[in-house]
Every structure is written in structure tokens, then in C-alpha cells.
Design a binder for this molecule. Sequence first.
Ligand code: PLP
Length: 287
Amino acid sequence: MSEITYVNGRYIPTGEASVNVEDRGYQFSDGVYEVIAVSDFRLVDFKPHLRRLGRSLSNLDIEWPCSERVLKIVLTQLIKRNRLRNGIVYLQITRGVAPRNHAFPIEKIRSSLVVTVSRSGRPSAQKFTEGVKVVTMPENRWGRRDIKSVSLLPNVLAKQFAVQNGAFETWFVDDEQTITEGSSTNAWIVLAGQEVVTRPLGNDILAGITRMKLIELAKAGNIRITERPFTVDEAINAEEAFITSTTSFVMPVVDIDGKQVGTGKPGSVTNNLLTLYREHFSGSEEV
Ligand SMILES: Cc1ncc(COP(=O)(O)O)c(C=O)c1O
């Protein structure tokens, strides 16, 4: 079955779907995106994803391409048309099409909406049971990493750096030697006394929806969470480490820059959190 993509009002076979060459997303990466998981035909954590999308759009002064109600219909339609039981929905909104000029167009233009689906991309079961490696590199992104912008070049290069070094992810390290986040994940460590630590929200990281959900689940399960920056040294000497994202869930990290973390195997706190998250993920209610 050929996959169906949504482009500005039309459902089109993906191979035939295209955007205008003067779309500002294409020319300036002047746009934002969301990746939402689909579990058993259901959008996982749809409302928080929509809220974050709204924040990204308003921070960049980009108009909604349609109402939130219509957007939900588009996503639901696309899941149906693609018979997407499990996978992800990728949605991208750009400022729209205009003759190339750095400044925003003076005439009001319609923002562009593209939605695609994917069935693949989930890490293998082995990665969850064995854990993954991460490497680090200096933070080199812009100062508004809280906006989920399609300007992902430093993130692309960071992920490639991981691949080239046999790792799953790269953690960015700022001037204070603290870890901001991964190229497409949030970063966490577990210290003695089962204290779970992750960086607080701010302009320097993306407010991950998985991060938010996990904090809620941990609190409900009486697991202590501290939101503060942590250094590379602290992470290497931690009992456990892990990363979170819509596609990686709660992924144990067992090696940082070639140095073993804890026992070198996924730890019990991480596994506990993964179980809590999986239960939430496959739960049947609309969230
Ligand atoms: C830079 C960055 N940080 C964190 C995340 C995790 O966010 P979420 O849990 O919403 O997938 C992502 C996801 O793409 C990301 O790109």
C-alpha cells in the first residue's frame, strides 16, 4: 500500500506529494514541527503536543494553518487512510510561500501544513534490554532550543557524530560542562538514593513531552525527581542514565564517551520508569 501524505488540504500518495520551491520552510527552515506517536490507532499525548506546537508557532509569529479541531481531523484521517495502527505522525507547519526575502512577507500569507506518517523508527527490543551508548560534543545550537523549529542542522550533525562513533545519541555539553540534552532526546541520570535528575525547562532545551509525562508518572509513583543541570562527570559517575523521547521512550544509557555507567547494564530505576511509561503509552484513553 502506498502511503498517503497530507499537503495543504489534500491527501496525496507520498511519492507524488510536493511543496512549492518558494516555501519558506524549504528556503529558510522558517517553520516548526511535532512528532506524535500512534499506539493502536490512537494519538499519544495529543493535547500536550498541540500545546507545544501552539507555543512554537506563537514564538515565531507563524499563523495556525487551520483550527486545532481541523488539525485533529487531518491527523485522524491520515491514520485511517494509512491504516496506521502503530507508528508516528510527523507534522510540519511553515510560514508559507512567498518570493524569497529574509524578512516576513508584508502581505498576509497562509502557513503551509504537511503531515506524513511512518511505521518504522522504534528502537529494537535489544536496545532496551542492553542499553545504548552516548557520546558528547560542545553545544553549538541557537539560544531558543525550546522552540521546536525545523532548523535542525546542528542536531543532524550531532546525530551523525553519534552514528560515526558507534553510539545511539550525542549529548550537547554547554560552557559550564553541563549536559543540555541530546540531538533528539532529553537527558537524565539516576544518583545514589534513587534520585532522578534532569535539566530544568528553559530556553536551552526542548520541553520534551515524554519528559513531562515521565515526571508526572514518577511523582505519582513516589519516585524522587530533581530538576537541575548536571555535568558530564556526574553523568559518568551516576548509578544509571537514560534518555527520553517520543520515539525512544525511556532508553537506558550504559556508556558515555566510552566510559561505563553504573554496572554497564540498564538499572532498576530506569527499567521501572520505562514500565510506567509503556503502561501510559499503551493505555486506551485519549490524552
Ligand atoms: C532536541 C530534542 N530534545 C528532546 C526531544 C524529546 O521530545 P519529545 O519527548 O517531545 O519527543 C526531542 C524530540 O524530537 C528533540 O528533538
